[in-house]
Ligand binder design. Structure first.
Ligand code: HEM
Length: 123
């Protein structure tokens, strides 16, 4: 038998270098966006970048353990509504398109993030 372990989503996005390209494209999208940029006005971009990469690496079953604040702790008080949440997802999709992540892999990534919706919206 020559079975090998199935590829993790982390591997499918191109491991650390792929994640960095994705998150840089996402940050670039947010920076040019009129709808959600205002949430990030006070944000330290390099802290956000590092934290978002490590969180995604963890969620996509890569070799990282995200040790930052919880999704609820981070987003409490931002009052993010459904529309703005969906808009952020659109920007993430645009970033995934930009770096060439295939649609099946995009859908697998979105499925991992979808359950976090209720920890982020209107809290
Ligand atoms: C599934 C969706 C989301 C995930 C997984 C997520 C994840 C994260 C993570 C991991 C961080 C921390 C980065 C760090 O360590 O600094 C963060 C910060 C942040 N998130 Fe989200 N987020 C999501 C949706 C959103 C949405 C929809 C908005 C606003 C429209 C938003 C606004 C922010 C802001 C403004 C910060 C920075 C907070 C600061 O300045 O300290 N997030 N997010």
């Amino acid at each position: 038998a020559c079975q090998s372990a199935p590829q993790s989503l982390y591997q499918k996005v191109g491991e650390q270098a792929g994640l960095e390209r994705l998150v840089d494209a996402f940050i670039n999208q947010i920076g040019q966006d009129k709808v959600i940029f205002h949430y990030f006005k006070q944000t330290n971009v390099s802290h956000f970048r590092a934290g978002f990469i490590s969180h995604l690496c963890d969620v996509l079953d890569g070799p990282c353990q995200y040790d930052g604040d919880s999704m609820v702790q981070i987003h409490t008080g931002m009052n993010i509504n459904e529309h703005d949440f969906n808009h952020a997802v659109e920007l993430l999709i645009a970033a995934m398109d930009e770096v060439g992540i295939t649609h099946p892999v995009q859908n697998q990534i979105l499925a991992k993030l979808a359950p976090m919706r209720s920890e982020i919206i209107k809290i």
